[in-house]
Design a protein around this ligand. Structure first.
Ligand code: FES
Length: 129
């Protein structure tokens, strides 16, 4: 039987792993996972961006970048296993790039940020300089 892990499942797993009192209660049943890290949520709204046709962009997938919605290399230390999405638009365009990092049409917003699992999730705040 195939096991399907939905976005909500992954969010719940991620939140559970961040709550040490929960994992300590179930420590005998906890198994290490090979799943890549989940992105944090830097914004619950998309970013309106004017893209230049033919220019190469790197959209942040981990949520740790301080140059949202673009990559600043933070994934290397904050989210090993996640990598930026590189793309080159064909022509100049004004677009809405996803800020919640859970879109199903990366790097573009698809409205996922309006779903409850994003609305009720904590917003990531940078704690270092
Ligand atoms: S900001 Fe992520 S889907 Fe809209």
């Amino acid at each position: 039987m195939n096991t399907v892990v939905t976005k909500l499942d992954r969010t719940l797993i991620s939140l559970t792993l961040r709550q040490p009192w929960i994992t300590s209660m179930a420590s005998s049943k906890v198994q290490h996972s090979t799943l890549p890290p989940e992105p944090v949520i830097p914004s619950k709204k998309p970013f309106k961006v004017e893209l230049v046709g033919g220019k190469r962009y790197s959209w942040c997938t981990c949520g740790h970048s301080k140059k949202q919605p673009f990559c600043d290399g933070s994934h290397k230390t904050k989210a090993p296993g996640l990598f930026p999405l590189r793309f080159v638009p064909e022509k100049d365009a004004t677009v809405w790039l996803c800020g919640c990092k859970y879109t199903s049409n990366p790097p573009y917003c698809d409205g996922t940020h309006k779903q409850d699992f994003i609305v009720s999730a904590p917003l990531h705040e940078h704690t270092d300089s």
